[in-house]
Design a protein around this ligand. Structure first.
Ligand code: GNR
Ligand code: NI
Length: 167
């Protein structure tokens, strides 16, 4: 296993669109393991392959209290959504920034598991937020893009300044 390097907004590689996984093989299983290790190390509740500069449709999520419930979504598709909810979101690629985003309250997602088998899952509240946030990453979208242009500009400046100080 390995800890992977996370890209920081506004890195242009975060805007790349991820390709579907053709076959869930040993390479993909290794990517899933490394992404999970990286997510737990930071720590975060989700991670999309885009964030570690791998442009494949792979997501890991664990919203459990004791970090014992890893969920893997390969080639995920939201096939149903309803309602709306506001949630104060953060992102490992936008460290230290927390802003309210409105998303669907309930979703149904279809994906492949790490065993390569298709499954269908209903999700609501935080899990629904997290799945939508991660699928956005796969489409090259970061949550700050839901905010006003002014807020986006301020966040970019803040992160660029911080990078200058710490690197
Ligand atoms: O760790 C994370 N926490 C979080 C909190 C509220 C809404 C979404 C998230 S996802 C984030 C991890 C991350 O950046 N995934 O892409
Ligand atoms: Ni994120």
């Amino acid at each position: 296993m390995a800890i992977l390097t996370i890209l920081y907004y506004p890195d242009p590689r975060l805007y790349q669109v991820a390709k579907p996984v053709a076959r869930v093989d040993a390479t993909i299983r290794r990517l899933v393991n490394d992404m999970a290790e990286t997510m737990y190390a930071v720590p975060g509740i989700g991670l999309a392959a885009t964030q570690v500069d791998m442009h494949l449709q792979v997501i890991v999520i664990d919203i459990s209290e004791d970090k014992s419930q890893l969920q893997v979504f390969i080639n995920p598709k939201i096939v149903n959504s309803s309602g709306s909810q506001d949630y104060e979101e953060g992102c490992l690629s936008v460290p230290g920034i927390y802003e309210n985003v409105t998303r669907a309250e309930k979703i149904t997602v279809e994906a492949l598991g790490v065993d390569g088998k298709p499954f269908k899952l209903g999700a609501e509240r935080l899990l629904a937020v997290c799945i939508q946030h991660e699928i956005d990453h796969l489409k090259g979208k970061v949550f700050v893009e839901y905010l006003s242009q002014l807020k986006q500009a301020r966040i970019k400046n803040k992160l660029k300044k911080r990078l200058r100080v710490t690197m």
